[in-house]
Design a protein around this ligand. Structure first.
Ligand SMILES: NC(=O)c1ccc[n+]([C@@H]2O[C@H](COP(=O)([O-])OP(=O)(O)OC[C@H]3O[C@@H](n4cnc5c(N)ncnc54)[C@H](OP(=O)(O)O)[C@@H]3O)[C@@H](O)[C@H]2O)c1
Length: 296
């Protein structure tokens, strides 16, 4: 079996972890980066054995050559329309032109397929790219990992160890939120990239935890009592996010303006990964909630 995988966005937080996981799994890794990428960022990846190809992202011939001979293209690019729609479309076209059978787009999110347009700007960019991807003659697989566990340390009201509080939106403090560590997501993505028969969507979570369970773990870890804070209905949250977005158009040029972070929180209380595909690769060692929360 051809175990050569191309990773775009390999100098990023998730991308680098995917490269390391692929190498650990015995893959040959080629990374694709922009000509302007700082060479210091790729140095450690070449030291691990990855082959580096630097191209201009608008150079269709260069992109096609970079794709040649791999069995799967993995995108871990991050950005707005110019990246998630424009650059990924060029990368996808190059993969198709080079005859590559499989493509993993940079989705790595909650299940945006179940969230209506207008509720989450960054998910709408993925939906726009998928309209093109779904019509293309390539087997694509989305890895939907819920929220990265990092958000638990971002000082959002969801988990606030300073105030000893946990907030929730909607009417159910037992609603289970999907969380995955970047390392688990990267390892699973590496396994999926090397698996020639993946379905269109793989849903995963290192753990699924409710606000009430977050309180129990917070209390265990911090040895003090926590408060549960109801933040109002999801309808009110959605409306307030839309107002905030309209009031702060400068955020349209940023990846994570405040209103986008709130749109992610809204999504976390709106969709759930069911059923999970965690067991597809039994060697992935899932991190538990207590392991993550005890480090915050
Ligand atoms: N579910 C969640 O909670 C969650 C949270 C965070 C991220 N994510 C998702 O995870 C994925 C990876 O995110 P990340 O945080 O690892 O991103 P990151 O650290 O910002 O890395 C982004 C990568 O994309 C490359 N890139 C950026 N702009 C580009 C462009 N115009 N053309 C080509 N390459 C470009 C960067 O290359 P350079 O090194 O050249 O800049 C870098 O390799 C994204 O899909 C992101 O939305 C999900």
């Amino acid at each position: 079996m051809n175990k050569k995988i191309l990773v775009a966005g390999a100098t990023g937080n998730l991308g680098e972890r995917i490269v390391k996981a692929l190498i650990k799994r015995g893959a040959e890794v080629r990374i694709l980066n922009r000509k302007e990428t700082d060479p210091a960022k790729t140095k450690k990846l070449t030291e691990l054995g990855a082959e580096v190809i630097a191209v201009n992202m608008s150079d269709t011939q260069g992109l096609k050559l970079a794709c040649q001979g791999v069995s799967c293209v993995v995108s871990a690019l991050a950005g707005l329309h110019d990246v998630i729609v424009d650059s990924q479309t060029l990368l996808l076209d190059a993969a198709i032109a080079a005859g590559i059978p499989r493509f993993i787009p940079s989705d790595f999110a909650s299940d945006f397929t179940k969230i209506p347009e207008g509720e989450n700007r960054n998910f709408d960019l993925r939906k726009e790219f998928h309209k093109y991807l779904d019509k293309s003659p390539i087997a694509a697989t989305s890895i939907l990992n819920g929220a990265f566990t990092d958000i638990l340390s971002y000082k959002t009201p969801l988990y606030n160890p300073n105030d000893c509080s946990v907030a929730y939106w909607g009417d159910n403090p037992d609603w289970k939120i999907d969380f995955s560590t970047m390392d688990n997501t990267a390892d699973y993505t590496a396994a999926a990239a090397l698996d020639s028969a993946t379905p269109k969507i793989l849903r995963i979570a290192s753990f699924q935890i409710s606000p009430n369970e977050l309180i129990a773990i917070g209390e265990e870890v911090k040895k003090t009592s926590f408060n549960l804070v109801p933040m109002g209905s999801l309808e009110e949250f959605s409306a307030s996010n839309k107002r905030e977005r309209a009031a702060h158009p400068e955020g349209e040029k940023e990846m994570y303006p405040n209103w986008q972070v709130n749109q992610y929180l809204y999504s976390m209380f709106s969709v759930q990964n069911q059923p999970l595909d965690n067991n597809r690769y039994p060697d992935v060692q899932w991190t538990s909630a207590i392991e993550v929360i005890s480090k915050i």
